[in-house]
Design a protein around this ligand. Sequence first.
Ligand code: ARG
Length: 463
Amino acid sequence: MEKKKPWAGRFKKGLHPLVERFTASIEFDKRLFKEDIKGSIAQARMLERAGILTKKERVELERALKEIEKEIETGSLQFGTDTEDIHMAIERRLIEKIGPLGGKLHTGRSRNDQVALDLRLYVKRETLEILHLIRKLQRSLYGVAKDNIDVIMPGYTHLQRAQAVPLAHHLLAYYEMLKRDSQRLKDCLKRVDIMPLGSGALAGTGFDVDRAHGAELLGFSAVTENSMDAVSDRDFVVEFISHCAVVMMHLSRLCEEIVLWTSKEFGFVELDDSFATGSSLMPQKKNPDVAELIRGKTGRVYGNLVAILTVMKALPLTYNRDMQEDKEPLFDTVDTVKGSLSVLAPMLETMKINRETIWEATCGGFLTATDVADYLVLKGVPFREAHHIAGSIVASCIEKGKELTELTLQEWRSFSPLFEEDIKEAVSVEGSVKRRKARGAASIKEVRRQLKRVERELKKDII
Ligand code: ARG
């Protein structure tokens, strides 16, 4: 049987079933039930303070709300689309359970400040979870870096072999990206952490509610200052999704490298069997589907960012029903980022590093050509000229089918009399990496220093 809407007073007819289905958000906003109950309990306490509810009434409301929370948790309370959204579903159940007293809870409140509150509570909770998952992934990166501190690999620019670098240095670059991601999310939290309840539909309320008390009950550090802004602001959703989009961008870059590194062409790493998939046709295949999916899912999150920006564009103040469209992009972003972070960490921890193959790749391809130029610079040759000489040495090696390490001193000298016996050490991969002194450079010594700092950072509180 169709139940009457709480707002049905001025209507003569019920909703057309198509409209009912079209406008309902319960299917997806039911995920806010915990936030909604928490907010309603705070609302009841604010109303008690304002003298709208007696203590006895407030206690009864609170008890019933907690029961409803259990009912939803255990699945004994189900929602049909005629309930419209989670806020109305809970209120309806409340009135069903305790009668007219349930109808007092919405005094001075609108679904507009209610939904803004629920969303802020939700984003706060999920941000914390994401911060924990980022930390976990950082730990995995640290672990793989530390365990392979002695592995030197080719560093790339333009995906062409450029200079030899420690694998740990390469991995710790992702640690830095994730560190900035955490900083951004924490900064965003400052703006999420503001309580909108008490803003009513748009104009606030005439009831004497102590909003600061509500903020304290709900764990917010401040209350919103303008009721119209409070109910129409979704900046915090835009900001949150945009930071998540950057997280995904970083993960997609790491995943792209894993896709490359697991290919036969690179062969640098091998995924654990439990993190790779086979082909239904080609028996030999071992595919990096997880990495590819994370790369692909990055597109979803970018899409969600554009979706929320587009929903909010040019909306007049204050609340408009368009804003109900904020939820699916937000929820999808949370699920995608959490899922990606969760699966990536153990995948990294279990992958096998093929030291031999990496070493072979590092020994070929003139990765120490820059060191030849630097060698001459130390003997007083201007860098431009040194670069030119080094270039012609590389060209001649390519012609002869030789690596730099295979040249005799006589051959070196035919390019410049400044070359001496120590050029051999200078063009070795180990020598090249060891010589780097600048802070943050790709040397084992600098990597050790980074690892120490990272270790300290990983011990710090998340917030
Ligand atoms: N389900 C709505 C939303 O998510 C709740 C607010 C509805 N407010 C209204 N005035 N119709 O945006």
